[in-house]
Design a protein around this ligand. Structure first.
Ligand code: BGC
Length: 359
């Protein structure tokens, strides 16, 4: 009798009772899983990208598998393979090597997984569905226009001694950054207002493998030793903050400072915390601020639309061709940051807390 009563409670009453507990839903399906494959933890920005995407995915009720590939293409491929096996519905990929992913992404496509190319354009495969990025050409244009304005190039000023440091050849963005900046600066090289004493002016000659600070430093040290023992270097176009840091270290080694042997105008990108300090100190002149919160938010909106079977929002349909197809893209506008506007751009927007200056 007693055991029948226990059965009655367990089988009939308990489930009925549980139905009325808030949040207890017998129809609850496991959360849809989304893969997030980021390239590396070594640069500040990718940690922020990864953390923001993960947070916004959770806010929307998704489960996330966030992986960083230590800048190793093979590791990234195996991480994506695991995401396919886990049943991820969408995979967001910030590629290590944009040329190496076609094979694994075809496998994802074959089982119906959608792929968003994140920040870096994945090349030569039709297995990519969308591209979410900062406007890479605009990054270069903003850097070029900054140099143009600060040096008074439009007004015919010069000649200035000029060198270029570009990004990594395995990253499609690096080429877009270079082309954007050179679109503005090439006419001044032609007119003789910008003089490249090293003679290194092509993307290939200026590229820094894996965006490495120490490679950038070694290259600039050699350029300074060979070409600038009796000349002053006036301006360096640096593709991003890690290459800029390398250049600044080489300049310091060569005796450039804030007083008698004045640091050149040095550009950058990402507004990394340590570069921000150099901007305030006057060693680096500017950086490009890419608000990774906006890009992450936009990407998660794309994910949500894909999972709901809707068309994701895009704002560019013609500019990013990955060799096989033109990708429907969402481009976020980059801004410049320098010592005159960093408070407004970085602190007032809540991107950084002012305490980063004490870190
Ligand atoms: C990103 C830059 C970053 C660089 C190195 C590029 O693909 O767009 O923001 O500085 O990679 O990580």
């Amino acid at each position: 009798m007693e055991s029948n009563f226990k059965k009655f409670i367990a089988v009939i009453l308990l489930p009925v009772f549980l139905l009325f507990i808030p949040g207890c839903d017998f129809d609850d399906k496991p959360a849809v899983k989304i893969g997030v494959a980021m390239p590396t933890k070594t640069r500040q920005r990718w940690n922020q990208d990864g953390a923001n995407i993960e947070k916004y995915l959770h806010d929307q009720g998704f489960a996330a598998d966030l992986q960083f590939a230590d800048n190793k293409p093979e590791l990234q491929i195996s991480q994506i393979a695991a995401m396919i096996n886990e049943g991820c519905k969408v995979i967001i990929v910030g590629a290590v090597d944009v040329q190496s992913l076609a094979g694994i992404l075809e496998e994802a496509k074959a089982v119906g997984i959608s792929i968003i190319s994140y920040d870096r354009l994945i090349m030569n495969t039709d297995a990519v569905d969308y591209y979410a990025t900062f406007d890479n050409v605009a990054v270069g244009i903003v850097q070029g226009e900054y140099i143009e304005e600060k040096l008074g190039l439009k007004e015919g000023k010069g000649p200035y001694n000029f060198e270029i440091t570009a990004g990594s050849e395995d990253d499609s963005n690096a080429f877009y950054f270079f082309e954007g900046a050179m679109e503005i600066l090439r006419p001044y090289i032609k007119s003789g207002q910008l003089v490249i004493n090293s003679g290194q002016s092509t993307f290939k000659q200026c590229a820094i493998p894996h965006w490495k600070e120490d490679i950038s430093r070694a290259r600039m040290t050699e350029i300074l030793q060979k070409n600038y023992s009796d000349k002053h270097l006036d301006v360096v176009l640096c593709a991003n903050d890690s290459t800029a840091f390398g250049v600044i270290k080489a300049l310091r080694d060569a005796g450039y400072n804030l007083t008698d042997k004045k640091m050149p105008l040095v550009t950058g990108q990402d507004a990394d915390k340590k570069n921000l300090k150099m901007i305030i100190a006057g060693e680096q002149t500017m950086s490009i601020f890419k608000d990774t919160r906006i890009l992450a938010m936009q990407t998660v909106k794309m994910v949500k639309s894909i999972v709901e079977g809707k068309m994701p929002e895009t704002n560019d349909m013609g500019n990013y061709n990955n060799g096989v197809k033109i990708l429907p893209s969402f481009l976020v506008r980059p801004l410049f940051v320098d010592k005159d506007n960093y408070r407004e751009v970085l602190f007032d927007s809540g991107y950084y807390n002012e305490s980063v200056l004490d870190e």
